[in-house]
Every structure is written in structure tokens, then in C-alpha cells.
Design a protein around this ligand. Structure first.
Ligand code: AHR
Length: 555
């Protein structure tokens, strides 16, 4: 559907207040600019950890088998069985960290099944065989009976090929605590030191993997054991009271809250840190999961009935997705303030290790890709809005992982057999990689709000959104224009430095539903252009439904 047809639906005219912030600031705005971004170089927010740009891979549908693992004997270009096109692309976007093996799969996974000679590894029932969509698959599909071909060695190899650090989510529901110690031992004990180090060496990995990031269970309030927060705190202590070190500065991540659940956080930390406090210096992160899934416009909270479609949507669905998505900022603030009640120095960071839109089934590129869904410009805009929330809160969010990397929910890639494509989300990660390791700086965005009709009730969404950072003389400003129809002529004003030059890379498409398939590239790579500067002001027009990166060089 093209934009013209699309706009026939019930959008209210954009009768928003025109903010003239720069006039108030004593600037002389260009005559036509209706939006302003004020970049405050003297107001640093903290270093943006590269780990905010992490990814998540689970033994689920087509993520591992078909997505990443193609096998050593495959004709598909691979390195030791790992699809080369995916690791090349992950290097391009500077993927910092990858989480594995789940998700829900993690708490039914025995790591010992996935080591040693591949031909001898056991087949086990995959957690996701319960998924209603799995019923249509062949009885011997790897999505149902896990072959364990891809295990710890293969995962760490995949990370190395991608230039990323491994983040392993350990099983707390169905394995004893000693297994957690032993998995760390397998990964990190020095060559020749332990029996497990010898086992690793026999598989071709003499030197330790030095895995730093370890999740202690996944969604322990749900698929990871249906624990109470108090019981999970007890288990967490049992699992982490002693873990072997081998000189690796382990970073442990506790299974935190879903969505807006502050009670889970409060009750967990109450049990962990008060009375007889358990203070573990290796407790690095508190995991938070937030999926954007309810497109029912308030009609239901039912997990199945509330879902929308990945490809078929109208402008109201478009804005509704974003309105829900940006609730992430409230979650970050609220979770952070609960952490602060118990961890006053804020040593423990938020690890948002699952996020993204989740639609109803039906748009996957192959039936084996359980939870697979198409990725349109709408998802690219949603991903950019989310990443900018992380960029604006760098002191709070220490790590994040987009769910999931390939052939699944909010994927960056899709592949089947020898076919491989990038999705619009890939381009967002590519644009945004410039923020990695930079100093976040405050930026004030002002633009007319977007008004729309939510089934007879007025609703509104911010007209322009984004974040800024600085690395030496380079200022990066990422800008999202979520409007379905209005371009934003914008003035970017730099305070506290002198502008030498500026350019922009813009991801946009006239069709809001544009997406890529194996046959057709509907969304191509961002277009670059030089921008006009005047003093410390940069002019840029952001097209409707666009995600942009403005690069400003300071003199
Ligand atoms: O990403 C899909 C699933 O969503 C994960 O396995 C689980 O952790 C979450 O509920």
C-alpha cells in the first residue's frame, strides 16, 4: 500500500502547537523550520556503553538452525558451520555482545548436551515444541527435537567471528547450582587445569573462552520456574554465593522484571539485600524484558487477542505501537528508582535483554521460523525510538539485547537455506553504531505533536524524537520522525562548541509497510547528504517515517 491510500484513514489534521523554542532562546530560526533540536555539549549524561547495542539468540524456530548454523559441509558460505553473511554483517554494525541460549529455552537446556564431538551429542525435546505453531512442523524438525549441534563451542566461535562478547543465560530451573559452576569451569578454566578444560581442548579450544557475562535464569517469574521473587532470591544466592573465578571479572545478571512489574524487583532486592544482606560484587545487572505487543487500542489485555499484524496495519496501529514502545522510558526510570532503594550507589545496572514488537503469527518467511515475523519501516522506527531511550539513559542501562537476531521477532536478518537478507532494523543498528562508546549529551527536541484518533478518542505522539552523543570532535544526533505524512524542517543548534560541517544519513521509504523479502528489497540502505550550516546551526529536513543520523564535526 502506498502512502496516499494509507492516509485515507482517520487521521486527525495535525493541529499541534508549533513550538518556537529557538526564538525563545534568542536565536533567529530559518523561516520555514517547524522543529528544533538544541544540543547541549556542556551537559554530559554518561558514557553510552557499546553493550546497549547487543543481540539475543535462542534455540527457537529458525534462529540457530537456518539462521546462524548451516553446518560445516554446507555449500552456503560458512566458517566452521556458521553462516558467513551474518557474522560479516554483525561486524559491520559492531555487535558488542550476544545473549544465548535463551529465553525460555535456557531453563530447560543442559549445557553438557552441547559439548564434545557433534555426532555424539544427544537429541532432546526443545522447550518450544509447546508452541502452537510447532504442530505443523515435521516430527523430526530441529525446532522440536534439539540436535545440540550448536553448543557452547559453536556459540563462542560465532561470537568471535562476529566481534562480540558472549553472554550466556544459565539454567536455574532444571539444573542444580553445581552445573552453573561447571559451565563456567568449562568456559573459563585455564588450559590443562581441569578435566573440563581438557574436554574443551579436545574440541579444538585449548585457551579459555573467558566468558564474562552470565545470566542466572531467565524470566524466573514465568517460564524460568514460576518462582516467587523471594524464592528466586534464595535460588540466586545458592547459584552465586561462590562461582569459580579464573581471573575473569564475572558480570552476573539476575532475572528481573517484565514490563511494569516493580513488585518483583522490590521483593527480590528486599530479600537479597536486607536483613542478612547478600552483597555480591559480581552482580552487574538486573534484567528487564519489555515487548510491545498489544495493538487492541485498549480493548483487551489478552496475549493472543491483543496482538496486531506485522504487515497489515493502519496509521493508528502505527502510532499505537510507538506509544506503547516508548513506555520503555518509564520502565527504565521506574526500575532504576526501585534499584536505588536497595543499591544506593547504583552499582547494579539495568540489562534490557529482550525488547521489540511481537505480532501474531503468519508473516514468517519459512514455516519453521517459529515466532518469525516480517520487519517493516514501522519496526525500524520502533527500534530507533527504543535505542534512543537507552542512549538518553546511559547511566542506568548497562546492556540491552534486541529480541531476536534472525528469523524471529524483531530480527535484523532473515535467512533460509542459501538465502539471506537484512531487514530495516539492520540499517537502524548500522546508523546508531556511531553512539557506541561516545559520551551521551543532553539534547532538547521540540516539534509539533502528532495528533490521531484512537477509536473516537484523541491521542497524540511526540513529533520528533532522538538522542545525541559526542566522541572527540564528532557529535552524533539520531533523529526519528514518526509522522506518517509530515516532513520536519528542523534546525539543530549546537551549544558549547563550534560547528565546522555536518552531514546526514537517512533511512526512509514512501511506503510505511515497506519491507524486504528474499525476492525483493523494499527498504534499501540509508542515503547520505551534506547539510547546510550557519554559525552553530545545522538545517535538515527529516522525511516522514524516517530514522536519521546527523553527524556534526566541531572545529
Ligand atoms: O523471545 C521469545 C521469548 O520471550 C523468550 O524465550 C522469553 O524469555 C520471552 O518470554
Amino acid at each position: 500500500m502506498q502512502r496516499r491510500e494509507f492516509l485515507k484513514s482517520s487521521l486527525l489534521a495535525g493541529s499541534a502547537t508549533l513550538l518556537t523554542r529557538s526564538r525563545a532562546l534568542g536565536q533567529s530560526p530559518s523561516s520555514s523550520a517547524d522543529a528544533h533540536i538544541e544540543i547541549l555539549l556542556d551537559e554530559p549524561l554518561g558514557a553510552i556503553s557499546p553493550n546497549l547495542y547487543g543481540h539475543f539468540t535462542e534455540h527457537l524456530g529458525g534462529v540457530i538452525y537456518d539462521g546462524i548454523w548451516v553446518g560445516e559441509d554446507s555449500k552456503i558460505p560458512n566458517t566452521g558451520g556458521i553462516r558467513k553473511s551474518i557474522t560479516d554483517r554483525l561486524r559491520q554494525i559492531k555487535a558488542p555482545v550476544i545473549r544465548w541460549p535463551g529465553g525460555c529455552f535456557a531453563d530447560s537446556y543442559d549445557w553438557k548436551d552441547g559439548i564434545g564431538p557433534r555426532a555424539k551429542r544427544p537429541r532432546r525435546t526443545n522447550f518450544w515444541e509447546v508452541d502452537p505453531e510447532a504442530k505443523r512442523l515435521a516430527a523430526n524438525a530441529p525446532q522440536i527435537y534439539e540436535p545440540n549441534t550448536f553448543g557452547t563451542d559453536e556459540f563462542v566461535h560465532f561470537c568471535r567471528l562476529s566481534g562480540a562478547e558472549p553472554y550466556i543465560a544459565a539454567n536455574l530451573r532444571s539444573l542444580p547450582a553445581i552445573d552453573f559452576d561447571r559451565w563456567i569451569e568449562y568456559c573459563n578454566s585455564p588450559a590443562g587445569s581441569t578435566t573440563l578444560a581438557d574436554t574443551r581442548a579436545a574440541s579444538g579450544f585449548r585457551d579459555p573462552f573467558n566468558v564474562r557475562y552470565w545470566g542466572v535464569g531467565n524470566e524466573s517469574w514465568g517460564c524460568g520456574g514460576n518462582f516467587t521473587p523471594q524464592d528466586y532470591a534464595t535460588e540466586f544466592k545458592r547459584f552465586t554465593t561462590w562461582t569459580p573465578g579464573y581471573g575473569v571479572d564475572l558480570q552476573l545478571i539476575a532475572s528481573g522484571s517484565s514490563d511494569f512489574d516493580l513488585d518483583w524487583a522490590r521483593a527480590f532486592f528486599e530479600k537479597l539485600l536486607t536483613g542478612r544482606p547478600f552483597v555480591n560484587p559480581n552482580l552487574f545487572g538486573w534484567s528487564v524484558h519489555y515487548y510491545t505487543w498489544n495493538l487492541s487500542r485498549g480493548k483487551t489485555r489478552d496475549w493472543v487477542a491483543g496482538k496486531g499484524d506485522a504487515l497489515s496495519f493502519d496509521p493508528v496501529d502505527w502510532y499505537e505501537l510507538f506509544s506503547q514502545g516508548v513506555e520503555m522510558e518509564r520502565i527504565v526510570h521506574d526500575q532504576w528508582s526501585v534499584l536505588g532503594e536497595y543499591d544506593r550507589e547504583h552499582r547494579i545496572k539495568l540489562v534490557v535483554d529482550e525488547y521489540g514488537p511481537w505480532y501474531r503469527p503468519g508473516t514468517a518467511l519459512d514455516p519453521t521460523h517459529l515466532l518469525g515475523q516480517q520487519i517493516t519501516m514501522r519496526d525500524a522506527v520502533h527500534t530507533a525510538l527504543t535505542l534512543d531511550i537507552f542512549n538518553r539513559n546511559p547511566e542506568k542501562v548497562g546492556m540491552a539485547a534486541c529480541a531476536q537476531l534472525v528469523n524471529c521477532l524483531n530480527a535484523l536478518f532473515m535467512s533460509h537455506e542459501d538465502k539471506f537478507i537484512v531487514t530495516p532494523n539492520f540499517h537502524v543498528f548500522d546508523l546508531y553504531s556511531a553512539h557506541q562508546g561516545a559520551e551521551g549529551i543532553r539534547a532538547e527536541f521540540s516539534a509539533p505533536r502528532i495528533h490521531y484518533d484512537r477509536d473516537g478518542k484523541p491521542a497524540a505522539f511526540a513529533g520528533l524524537n532522538g538522542a545525541a552523543s559526542r566522541k572527540n570532535n564528532t557529535v552524533t544526533v539520531t533523529v526519528v520522525n514518526p509522522s506518517v505524512d509530515a516532513a520536519r524542517e528542523t534546525e539543530l543548534l549546537v551549544r558549547g562548541g563550534n560547528v565546522a560541517s555536518a552531514s546526514a544519513s537517512i533511512l526512509s521509504n514512501a511506503d510505511l509497510h515497506a519491507h524486504n523479502t528474499f525476492e525483493h528489497e523494499g527498504v534499501s540502505a540509508p542515503q547520505s547528504k551534506d547539510l547546510t550550516t550557519r554559525g552553530n546551526t545545522v538545517a535538515c529536513t527529516f522525511p516522514p517515517a524516517s530514522v536519521s543520523r546527523v553527524t556534526i564535526t566541531l572545529s
